[in-house]
Design a protein around this ligand. Sequence first.
Ligand SMILES: C[S@@+](CC[C@H](N)C(=O)[O-])C[C@H]1O[C@@H](n2cnc3c(N)ncnc32)[C@H](O)[C@@H]1O
Length: 273
Amino acid sequence: MKDSVAAHYTHGQLLDRILSGVQAIGKTPDTVTVDELAPVDEFHIGGRQASEDFISQLELSADDHTLDIGCGIGGTSRFVASRFGCRVTGIDLTPEFVATGQSLCEWVGLSGQIELHQGDATAMPFADESFDAAFMLHVGMNIPDKSGLFAEAYRLLKPGALFGVYDVMQTSDEALTYPVPWSSVPGTSALATQGQYTEALEQAGFDIVRTRDRREFAAAFFEETRQRMEKAGGAPPLGVHIAMGESAPVKISNMVENIAAGRVAPVEIIATK
Ligand SMILES: C[S@@+](CC[C@H](N)C(=O)[O-])C[C@H]1O[C@@H](n2cnc3c(N)ncnc32)[C@H](O)[C@@H]1O
């Protein structure tokens, strides 16, 4: 499954496409900012706003070393490093995403604060109790072994550390319409219910601090995005559609439909070790 998941996300020309978008907004790799990259590099429902709402619950400070599990091209890592001043280590399965993310960190001058590694979230090459906080945005939908994933997060965190999960979770038994942004076919999707997530987290040793259903936030975000695109006459030069490739419009419309039909919803879970 891992190879198929990485193949699903592999674009082929992602950095070039982002560079074209950056040039289209009148910027260069030397002048573009973390905030200007946010529309293209925060690959989850609600983009930067969702990251702000979610990450603000992790009580981060400048001395923290944080872990971004399934970091993608590192948008949330750069947001956390620039907003809170902390060190960030990210890990992601898809080699092209990691390489693209490393280039984007260089563009915005954050390579000294952020390290991005290629690897599997269920077997991470880091020492026990080496992180002060960890977060994971829209990653568990591709990982069937939630117990292995959360056992790894638990091993890597210091006692008392917070762990945030923001994933799309299953909310009915009705089949999804594919493709969706995280999977083109049912075989690479590993959805679970909120109950299954909290059970796997608790089995790993975590205590649940709070949970929040983001369905209404998502619906408002999709509506705002639709209105903005209608007004602008199309997609912006920098947007998450770039990472999703040619089939972005159908993946996005299926996700909106699946959420509206009550089959899935984005949910936050904050847990502590
Ligand atoms: C929808 S993207 C989200 C990326 C990033 N968290 C963000 O919000 O911008 C899902 C990411 O999970 C990564 N992923 C999927 N399975 C993984 C695994 N077993 N280990 C590490 N990363 C994985 C994919 O490569 C992809 O980059």
